[in-house]
Design a protein around this ligand. Structure first.
Ligand SMILES: Cc1cc2nc3c(=O)[nH]c(=O)nc-3n(C[C@H](O)[C@H](O)[C@H](O)COP(=O)(O)O)c2cc1C
Length: 143
């Protein structure tokens, strides 16, 4: 979903990426409802980002004004439908990775085979390198 109204104060732009585990399996309907809700909230708060769902695990990147990222993440973390396992990346950024997406989405069926395993494996085993490039590749043909 496009979010063309975001005008960024670059001093104040933050990004956060986490890995979480769903408590119960999310059906396609559950995921659709989740995305509708996320996109509505994020459009209202100038948050953009992307979400992956694979085999009961989520990986989500959110980005936007620091205050909006903190409050969005606090709500996400408190959500009993999943358990956050680790924060993979959190920092100030100078530009958005997903300026046009209130929440881009990929499920495992949409991804090149094996590619998500690379992301999860790197995220799980590396404490120094967040695989942002691998993550971005998943969304290379979003439009
Ligand atoms: C995997 C996952 C990702 C989520 N991502 C977002 C998000 O990007 N933005 C958001 O507002 N809520 C997100 N949520 C939902 C929040 O946890 C929470 O339910 C919602 O923000 C509450 O909004 P409300 O007060 O408008 O009902 C996510 C939930 C899950 C399980």
């Amino acid at each position: 979903m496009r979010n063309s109204t975001a005008v960024d104060d670059h001093q104040n732009l933050a990004s956060k990426t986490y890995l979480s585990k769903a408590i119960d399996v999310f059906s396609e309907h559950d995921l659709d409802q989740l995305l509708i809700h996320c996109r509505r909230n994020n459009a209202a708060t100038s948050v953009t980002g992307a979400l992956l769902y694979h085999n009961g695990y989520f990986m989500q990147l959110i980005e936007g004004p620091l205050g909006a990222i903190n409050s969005t993440y606090n709500r996400i973390q408190a959500d009993s439908r999943h358990e956050v396992l680790s924060i993979l990346f959190e920092d100030q950024i100078s530009a958005r990775f997903f300026p046009d997406w209130t929440m881009g989405y990929r499920a495992e069926d949409d991804m090149p085979s094996g590619s998500l395993n690379t992301i999860y494996e790197t995220a799980r085993t590396s404490t120094t390198r967040f695989p942002i490039n691998d993550f971005l590749l998943m969304f290379g043909d979003s439009n």
